[in-house]
Design a protein around this ligand. Structure first.
Ligand code: FAD
Length: 285
């Protein structure tokens, strides 16, 4: 079993990974090899100590250079669940399972709030994971909502299974062209159904579907980890970045405002030290 599984490759995840490496811990880091859309988005960052005026792209390049120099690897994938296991936690990432004595959640803040019915039908026709659940919809009619162009490969994966993909954009992103992909206008405002999700509502229209995939950059961590205490869309942590669940720590935007690189980096560092202390090393937990 690994010492830690870090989930998320934004500023908080980068800092947690660098610190765990310095502490000589055995960990896996799950997320995106290109780090995070948010890291890259800033035009000019003027409030990061020591780097007076860098762009988000420059910050990303500096992070990538540093982790490469430290020999740290990112394992590409989206986590769809964290479950208690003997002596720690099992982390489901696509169809892979990783086991860690501890977990650091650094998945950022959910930029697009759940639509009506999304949480209610989660696991009953609503999914956040194309890789895990796509095969269930072979030859079926599905709705897919995306919040960035980065989800294109998942949309194409789903289009390979489904009869029709009704594609909705939750934010400004490009159309995806495909034989069975219908680029719909407007956004989903509600998911309706009985025992399972059966339709999406968009601009007064109702489209009957067998399933709905909400492919977002970040979903609320309380939806990934059963029993995790969250308030107002943020995971509740103490000063050691410890959550209400033993061995699970959280860092960065996920824990609340201010949404800033400096806070994310600081909390990533604290969370890593807390992991070390939890495992019996120095630091505080
Ligand atoms: C346009 C813009 C400008 C900004 N300008 C500034 C600025 O000038 N100064 C400043 O201090 N801050 C700025 N920010 C805020 C800053 O970008 C964030 O505070 C910072 O990126 C937070 O880092 P994070 O690691 O907490 O989360 P994020 O950067 O959001 O990273 C979260 C990571 O987790 C991954 N992830 C999410 N869910 C999963 C999952 N289930 N499995 C695996 N991985 C997952 C995501 O893909 C992403 O890699 C700006 C943000 C934006 C959008």
């Amino acid at each position: 079993m690994l010492d830690c599984v870090i989930i998320g490759t934004g500023a908080a995840g980068v800092s947690a990974a660098l610190t765990l490496k310095a502490l000589n811990k055995n960990f896996i880091w799950l997320g995106n090899k290109d780090l995070s859309i948010k890291i890259r988005s800033a035009e000019k960052i003027k409030n990061f100590a020591g780097l007076p005026s860098v762009s988000g792209e420059e910050m990303k390049s500096a992070f990538l250079k540093q982790i490469k120099a430290e020999g740290i690897e990112i394992t590409e994938g989206k986590v769809n669940g964290v479950y208690p296991a003997d002596g720690g936690y099992s982390v489901m990432c696509g169809q892979q399972l990783y086991e860690g004595k501890t977990v650091i959640l650094a998945t950022g803040v959910e930029a697009v709030k759940p639509v009506k019915g999304e949480v209610e039908f989660l696991g009953r026709g609503v999914s956040y994971c194309a890789v895990c659940d796509g095969f269930l919809y072979k030859g079926k009619e599905i709705a897919v909502a995306i919040d960035s162009d980065e989800e294109e490969s998942e949309v194409r994966l789903l289009a390979g299974y489904a009869r029709t993909v009704h594609l909705f954009r939750l934010k400004k992103c490009s159309e995806i062209i495909g034989e069975n992909i219908v680029n719909e206008e407007g956004v989903i405002t509600e998911i309706k159904g009985g025992m399972r999700a059966g339709a999406v509502v968009c601009g007064g229209r109702e489209i009957a579907v067998d399933g709905v995939f909400m492919l977002k950059q970040s979903v609320g961590a309380d939806k990934l980890v059963h029993g995790l205490k969250a308030e107002g869309g943020h995971v509740v942590v103490d000063r050691a970045c410890a959550t209400n669940l033993a061995g699970i720590f959280a860092a960065g935007d996920i824990t609340g405002r201010p949404y800033q690189y400096a806070k994310a980096v600081g909390e990533g560092n604290v969370a890593a030290y807390s992991v070390n202390a939890y495992l019996g090393g120095v630091g505080r937990a």
